[in-house]
Ligand binder design. Structure first.
Ligand code: ATP
Ligand code: MG
Ligand code: MG
Length: 388
């Protein structure tokens, strides 16, 4: 479909699903990550680079092997990407290094959004973390408030809920040593998310608004469409589109939001890459988030409705499969129940099972949401009766 090679910084499950989408279009991909990482397992090439997306030398190596360089994770070494633009003028880098730089520091990301009139939770940088400064934040924001690592955060690792002044010493013990900022508590009724595709010529396209439910800070399930009024779905879509218009470069972006008790929407954070809340698109939409990313970074067509639901009555639930807490590979029982369930698809990422690790996901599709919910109850073991 295209003779150019895509280099991917990061070989986790998101990289693996980009590789799958690219392979269907006969587009070559090379990966930079540890040997046998999930994306490499399904891409039998000897040209992959073993190493780290945070290491300048390794990034330089993969740059030699591709025409377009992209990321499946934002924690990459940005100065090297900027330097590559000078040393490898023909190499295209999407999303742009400036966008990755703005987003990878969650506080800088917030400042950028505020500058662009996008609603976000009120936050403050913590210059020198101490019991005193954290107590000052408590006096200003009230309790609970959220203390967050500015960089290298994922799955809530990097977040600490400061419940009261008494929990400040523990917060410092947990997150001390990292660059920090504090965020006012967002009294949300639901969390919403929208995947946005930005084309090389700067147009933005949005997937349906979805609802995510987190457990222990990790995405547990995602309902598509979100179970909120149409007006809120539209408001979320416009907020996400406006936010992404403010970032240079192209590709797919995940936009996480809080839907507050008072009806207001605030952006929580943005990911400059495919996102967990977009996995449902593989089975529910005309074009998956992964293929949309490949198309966007190669400037391939993005025709009308490519990011719509496949049919006018498609409903979907995505369930994350986390490593079982009690028994190694115990999560495969859930996958087996999903394989028995009509309209359900299982995706495993090829990782070694560890408690609470993201091992795979299941997409459940039906023409009505209550049927998706019934299937979900069977798959998670709440209902004993299999779906026929
Ligand atoms: P991800 O894996 O999505 O990158 P992360 O480690 O960057 O996660 P956040 O998205 O900042 O973490 O927060 C994780 C979850 O914690 C949110 O989805 C939400 O449920 C909760 N949370 C975060 N910030 C706030 C807040 N200000 N008020 C209330 N809850 C919050
Ligand atoms: Mg995050
Ligand atoms: Mg998040």
């Amino acid at each position: 479909m295209d003779s150019r090679t895509i280099g991917i910084l990061g070989g986790g499950q998101l990289g693996r699903m980009i590789v799958e989408a690219a392979s269907r279009l006969n587009i070559k991909t090379v990966i930079l990550d540890a040997p046998n990482s999930p994306a490499k397992q399904i891409n039998a090439l000897c040209e992959h680079v073993d190493g780290s997306f945070a290491n300048p030398k390794d990034i330089e190596k993969i740059a030699e092997k591709c025409d377009v360089l992209t990321v499946e994770i934002e924690h990459v070494d940005v100065p090297t990407l900027k330097r590559l633009r000078e040393t490898h003028p023909k190499l295209q880098i999407y999303p742009s290094p400036e966008t990755i730089e703005l987003i990878q520091d969650k506080f800088t990301q917030k400042e950028h959004l505020i500058k662009n009139n996008i609603a976000v939770a009120t936050s403050v940088a913590i210059q020198s973390p101490s019991e005193e400064t954290l107590a000052q934040v408590g006096a200003k924001f009230g309790y609970p408030y959220m203390l967050k690592a500015r960089t290298l955060a994922y799955d809530g690792r990097g977040n600490f809920v400061v419940k009261s002044a008494e929990s400040i010493p523990e917060a410092l013990k947990t997150l001390g040593g990292k660059p920090l900022y504090a965020e006012k508590w967002a009294p949300f009724t639901k969390e919403l998310a929208v995947m946005i595709v930005r084309s090389i010529d700067g147009k933005v396209f949005s997937y349906p608004t979805v609802e995510t439910i987190h457990q222990d800070n990790i995405c547990h399930v995602c309902y598509a469409p979100a179970r909120v009024p149409d007006s809120i779905q539209l408001k979320a879509k416009l907020l996400a589109e406006n936010a992404i218009k403010s970032f240079p470069g192209c590709g797919i972006f995940g936009v996480e939001m809080f839907y507050l008790e008072n009806g207001e929407l605030l952006i929580n954070e943005i990911a400059p890459r495919p996102h967990n809340s977009g996995h449902y698109t593989i089975d529910a939409c005309v074009t998956s988030q992964f293929e949309a990313h490949v198309r966007a970074v190669l400037d391939l067509p993005l025709p009308r409705n490519f990011c719509s639901f496949s049919t006018s009555n498609t409903n979907a639930i995505m369930l994350n499969i986390l490593g079982d807490k009690k028994e190694k590979d115990g999560e495969l029982k859930t996958c087996m129940r999903a394989l028995r369930t009509p309209g359900s698809s299982v995706y495993l990422y090829g990782k070694e099972s560890r408690p609470q690790r993201k091992m795979g996901h299941i997409n459940i599709i039906d023409s009505c949401m209550s049927e998706c919910e019934r299937k979900l109850r069977y798959i998670v073991g709440e209902d004993a009766e299999p779906i026929v």
